[in-house]
Design a protein around this ligand. Structure first.
Ligand code: ARG
Length: 268
């Protein structure tokens, strides 16, 4: 009981850390598509993405990333949207690494399907699909089947913060390579701060100094398999960013592959 209360307190603190920084990240770049000079932030420990290397990557106006899974459908995190149903509030920028580029392709949301079981980013089911108001003619990102796709270094990318406390005015996409961390090790780390990892629905990756961060949520974690990119994860949560012993936690795409595909068909 005492232990339970203690872990609830820690969880409360952690939840507020996550939310406070998240809100800061969201508030800071609420409208990248409207040209109002918002502060935009990026992956920790990464490099600038070359134009054209990640053509399916998109930026969402609430301050999240996403990936094109169909010409009219973007896959993102459940915690990036407010629920399922009609929703024309989300602006989408695609086809560029620099959000200010005149080449940017812009679209708007029409409706959203959020995973039925979603309760909060640390509880699993952290995925959602957004239907757009137009087709975007760019390469699509395939969903991983799991297995060997989930081994080896992963590529993560986004326009999120470059460090836990950074408030940098940046607008260019960054990417980094991160090692996968075994579920058991990841669960042990987060258990110390009172958060129970939902192992079957999560895949952890990252190391000290290299991680995703606030503002990267919803973006894909990918791996190149047989010359094609496949999406293995969706940026979900972490304790701070790039801290030693606390990897980033990603929604495990293979677990939800069938559900995501069925929902994509409904939106296409
Ligand atoms: N929840 C954050 C967001 O909304 C993403 C956090 C990822 N954190 C990490 N350490 N990998 O942007």
């Amino acid at each position: 009981m005492v232990r339970k209360v203690a872990s609830l307190v820690v969880l409360g603190v952690l939840a507020s850390v996550l939310t406070a920084s998240q809100i800061a990240a969201r508030a800071g770049d609420a409208s990248p598509a409207t040209g109002s000079a918002p502060p935009l932030r990026e992956v920790v420990g990464g490099d600038l993405a070359p134009e054209g290397r990640f053509p399916w990557m998109v930026r969402l106006s609430m301050g999240c990333g996403g990936a094109l899974t169909a010409p009219r459908v973007v896959l993102t995190a459940g915690h990036c949207v407010s629920g399922s149903g009609e929703d024309d509030s989300i602006g989408v920028v695609a086809g560029v690494t620099n959000l200010k580029s005149t080449e940017a392709i812009e679209a708007r949301s029409v409706s959203v399907i959020r995973a039925d079981g979603f309760r909060g980013e640390t509880y699993g089911d952290d995925w959602a699909l957004i239907r757009l108001d137009r087709d975007i003619d760019l390469p699509l990102l395939e969903l991983s089947h799991g297995g060997s796709d989930e081994k080896g270094p992963m590529t993560v990318l986004g326009w999120g913060q470059t460090s836990e406390n950074a408030l940098r005015q940046e607008k260019r996409l960054r990417y980094a390579s991160v090692p996968v961390v075994a579920d058991g090790d990841c669960a042990k780390a987060y258990d110390k701060v009172g958060v129970e990892l939902v192992k079957e629905e999560s895949i952890c990756a990252g190391k000290r100094g290299v991680d995703t961060c606030q503002g990267d949520s919803g973006g894909p974690m990918v791996r190149k398999a047989g010359g094609r990119w496949v999406q293995v994860g969706i940026v979900s949560w972490g304790l701070g960013c790039a801290r030693k012993g606390y990897p980033g936690v990603y929604t495990q795409v293979s677990t939800f592959r069938a559900d995501i595909r069925a929902a994509t068909r409904r939106l296409s």
